[in-house]
Design a protein around this ligand. Sequence first.
Ligand SMILES: [Zn+2]
Length: 197
Amino acid sequence: MYEGIVQDLIDELGRLPGIGPKSAQRIAFHLLDADDAAVRRLAEVLIQVKDTVRFCEICGNVSAEEKCRICTDPRRTDEVICVVEESKDIVAIEKIREFKGRYHVLGGAIDPIGGVGPNDLRITQLMSRLGSGETTEVILALDPNIEGEATAAYLSRLLGPMELTVTRLASGLPVGGDLDYADEMTLGRAFLGRRSV
Ligand SMILES: [Zn+2]
């Protein structure tokens, strides 16, 4: 334990995903050594991001406006919606430059142990988007792990009776990880080789 504010900093950093106590301590001491301007910039960006960034009211992607750039792009089609867990998955799929449809961000995956059920995800919003009837294919691009599988199974059942094609990414993605861990070529192949469920 360190004194006062230094320990507070380590505690706060330790709450971030993927940062254990050792890393939290290392980052804290890096910040203590860093020059004032750099730390001030970091603090300002953190505050600014909370003040200005919001989530697209259509797809749930992070956005600077009410609707994100992908939802407002007239060159993209409403015929295909790609369902992902997080905004970072959109970044990964956009990199492969194969997809010209829209996205839907669920905000996570079904995880009974972690206490995340279907009602905690943006599934109702997805269903109301599909209600307009413009979409003919839904691609389930969920993480290749247990939670992603559970979510895909749930959504397949839910979407099954609707008049649209539901597809999933082809196998070949590194199992157990996040979608965005896959390199562009692997993800591109999985995307093009997607199959109906
Ligand atoms: Zn959007």
